[in-house]
Design a protein around this ligand. Sequence first.
Ligand SMILES: Nc1ncnc2c1ncn2[C@@H]1O[C@H](COP(=O)(O)OP(=O)(O)OP(=O)(O)O)[C@@H](O)[C@H]1O
Ligand SMILES: [Mg+2]
Length: 188
Amino acid sequence: MNKGIAIYPGSFDPPTNGHLDLIQRGSKIFEELVVAILRNSEKTPMFSVAERLEMLKELTADLKNVRLDTFHGLMVEYAKSIDAICVLRGIRAVSDYEYELQMALMNRKLEPTLETVFMMPADKYSYVSSRLVREVAQAGGPVRGLVPEVVELKLREKLDAANRLEEGRLQARAARAAKHKGKEGKRK
Ligand SMILES: Nc1ncnc2c1ncn2[C@@H]1O[C@H](COP(=O)(O)OP(=O)(O)OP(=O)(O)O)[C@@H](O)[C@H]1O
Ligand SMILES: [Mg+2]
C-alpha cells in the first residue's frame, strides 16, 4: 500500500459501475483515497453536487479509507490543499488516452511533484460513461448493470419528475388553447 493521499477527481454525474470499480481498486493501493467532485459552473448537470455526494456516500460506505469532497478551479491547487501526492484517473479505451495524457502532462507542468496514476476497469465496464448512462436513461432504455442500484433508482426518480413536469406543461398549454378557442367561438 502506498503511503499518502490520492485523489480521484471527476464529475460523477451520475456515478457508474466504472467509477465504483476504480474507487475499489484505488482504495486497495492507496492509504487514503479522496473522491473529489468537480463543481463545474459551465456545465448544467443532471444531478446536483449534493445529490452526487449522497449517492457516492452510499456507494462507498463500506470503504473505510475512502473520503468524499468537492472542489472547483484548478485540480492541482485542490490536490495541494489536501496534501495529496497522487491523482487517480481511469482509462477505458484508446479514446480516453489522448485527453488523459494531455491532462496528466499539463498537471505535471503545473505541479511537478503530483503524480498521475492510471487504472483500467474490469473489461465489462470499459464502455460505460456517465454521458452514455444519461442518454440511455433519458431515452427510456435500461441501465441495469451499468450503474449501482441506488443510482438506477435516482435516475428513475429524476426522469419521472421531469416527465410529470412536462406532462403538466402540455396539459396547461392544451387548457390555454381550449380556452382561447372557446373565446373565439363566442365572438363569431
Ligand atoms: N467505466 C470507466 N472505467 C474506467 N474509468 C472511468 C470509467 N468511467 C469514468 N472513468 C474515469 O473516471 C474519471 C472521471 O470521469 P468522469 O466523471 O468524467 O466520468 P465520465 O463517465 O467520463 O463522465 P462523462 O461521460 O460525463 O464525461 C476519468 O478519469 C474517467 O476516465
Ligand atoms: Mg468524462
